[in-house]
Write a protein that binds this ligand. Sequence first.
Ligand code: NAD
Length: 380
Amino acid sequence: MSGRAPLRLAMVGGGPGSFIGPVHRMAAELDGRIRLAAGVFSRDPEKNARAAADWGVAPDRVYPDHHAMIAAERARPDGVDLVSVVTPNHLHFDVSAAALRGGLHVISDKPATLNLAQAVDLADIVAASGKLYGLTYTYTGYPMVREAREIVARGDLGAVRKVVVEYSQGWLSRPLEREDNKQASWRSDPSQSGVGGCIGDIGVHAFNIAEFITGKRVERLCADVAAVVPGRHLDDDCNVLLRFEGGARGVLVASQISAGARNGLKISVYGETGGLTWGHEDPNVLTLDWLDGPSQVLHAGSAYLGAGARAVTRLPTGHPEGFIEAFANIYRDFADAIEGRDAGFVPDIGAGVRGMTFVERAVAASRDDAGWVSLQGEGR
Ligand SMILES: NC(=O)c1ccc[n+]([C@@H]2O[C@H](COP(=O)([O-])OP(=O)(O)OC[C@H]3O[C@@H](n4cnc5c(N)ncnc54)[C@H](O)[C@@H]3O)[C@@H](O)[C@H]2O)c1
């Protein structure tokens, strides 16, 4: 524990019926380091007030929009320290930029912005603000993902040669956006989602975890990004070949029309002497397979794991931790960073620019049938 009063958090988005806002609230508050104190939870005043009441936010700290919130909170002696951004994508830039310019730290959900130009602008705003910006690439918060990164960095597998990352969901197999499903409708509307549908929604997670675990940047890609459901305005199925710095090759599959799949993020990294595999639907194990030896299954919470994994495990082995705890690990690292301690592994605006570069180049390359294209040029 920090020994200090909890940091005060404002949330933008996360109203009744939303998906990820409530997860952020639970995760932020899990370790007692951060408390929700203010917010704009919905554009609908009744839902805005209801969310605040449910979450114990004082009525005078619920605001009609984020500009009013930032101005009022700045004027309070007990004003908020940080803002979390959990709206649809088209608002991420405006809320993040206003909060940073208002002297507040920002923790945003992905993708960082609506498009690459905004992400590049936001990187400049972060740098000029002197404030911290974190991005909730959730899967980097899992202990066994951090263990995987440590294993690769230590060279246990030898040089990385091959990466296979798959993120398969099936929930958009039907045109739910035409059936009054709010989450489906903004995700398939370019003005709210950006140029990417599935690729911006879950493809960026797959891309980020591949770079995170390997510690290597993707230099080039060859993409086939398509809308499979007739009439859909944005992609729902993505098949991408990757070429990493150092020569490793990879395959990235992201799909929301893999009927029957739930939240199937899975990654395998193969080196010269063995490979590792981690899957989100069984997140507390990491499998190692060796060319010349028996396989091993590592379990979260075990004393034999590295310091990075042990630092983000709250329970003894055999007591499952999951999605909320992974989010909480990112929030706890972010609280550490705000309080001047080691920032852990909070993905930053550089990871946001990388994600947006991936989305825009893959979509454009696929549309233009351009074959292999570079991902260089926006590196931060
Ligand atoms: N990291 C992850 O694993 C993960 C998972 C799901 C979603 N996300 C991201 O989180 C964001 C939200 O996704 P979701 O699935 O929760 O969407 P959602 O549609 O369930 O919720 C969006 C919320 O934002 C509110 N909102 C919309 N406009 C607003 C405004 N102007 N001011 C205040 N609130 C406003 C809506 O009322 C709603 O409560 C997206 O950017 C998405 O990509 C990330």
